[in-house]
Ligand binder design. Structure first.
Ligand SMILES: Cc1cc2nc3c(=O)[nH]c(=O)nc-3n(C[C@H](O)[C@H](O)[C@H](O)COP(=O)(O)O)c2cc1C
Length: 212
């Protein structure tokens, strides 16, 4: 367990939202893994599909301390379903509603590469446009030596976020185990970093001189 993976019981409990689009369920399964990891690390977690957002779901995102964005890679970028959601956040962009929340992301493609780096970059840009703090994956690359295997964590060697791959002919409940574990660790890392940020904010407010 890394130093950021377990939240302190003393500080505020971070609220983590996982906002994902999934056409055929594979990305949804990975969203569940991210949520699972964040929950195990002590966060209060809500996972929500971004197509058909309700007022309540928007409120969940507005109240969250951290949002993890997830999308399948479609045509070398985020899916149209995810991009529709991203465009619907533009008013929040202008008002700064998500400023200083923590952000992270994951994507899932059919090919081992499938040009999915571009999808992760689009998620980073979305977070930056909202003035959010992007959290990287935090795992070294796996499956990159003669002793490595496809069961390694971060088997596809991404740094910006979690990059998963689902064979195009497997059912959504059979996403790769290494990708599930990698996404769980991303969720745990986001929960840990968010807890640290919240504790730091509390501490610096305490230190601020009266009237400042
Ligand atoms: C419209 C469309 C475009 C796709 N484009 C890519 C692509 O550019 N690269 C890739 O590796 N896979 C691509 N795929 C495959 C999906 O990324 C893959 O099947 C993924 O597991 C789908 O996730 P989902 O079940 O959450 O929708 C595409 C699939 C669709 C339907």
């Amino acid at each position: 367990m890394t130093s950021t993976a377990m939240t302190s019981t003393a500080g505020p409990r971070p609220r983590v939202a996982v906002a994902y689009h999934s056409g055929r369920g594979h990305t949804a399964a990975l969203a569940a893994a991210v949520a699972d990891g964040a929950r195990q690390a002590g966060a209060e977690v809500t996972a929500l599909a971004v197509d058909g957002m309700t007022d309540h779901q928007w409120a969940v995102l507005d109240d969250a301390d951290a949002i993890v964005f997830g999308t399948p890679t479609y045509m070398g970028n985020v899916s149209a379903g995810f991009q529709t959601f991203a465009e619907r956040t533009s008013r929040r962009c202008h008002t700064g509603a998500w400023r200083d929340k923590v952000a992270a992301g994951f994507t899932n493609s059919g090919a081992k590469s499938g040009d999915k780096l571009q999808a992760l970059v689009s998620l980073v840009v979305l977070a930056a446009q909202h003035h959010m703090h992007w959290v990287s994956l935090g795992l070294g690359p796996g499956w990159n030596s003669t002793t490595g295997s496809e069961d390694d964590l971060n088997r596809l060697g991404f740094f910006l976020g979690a990059g998963a791959q689902s064979d195009t002919d497997v059912a959504a409940d059979r996403v790769h185990r290494a990708d599930v574990r990698t996404c769980q660790l991303l969720g745990a890392r986001v929960a840990g970093v968010t807890a640290q940020l919240l504790a730091g904010r509390t501490a610096t407010q305490r230190l601020a001189p009266a009237g400042s």
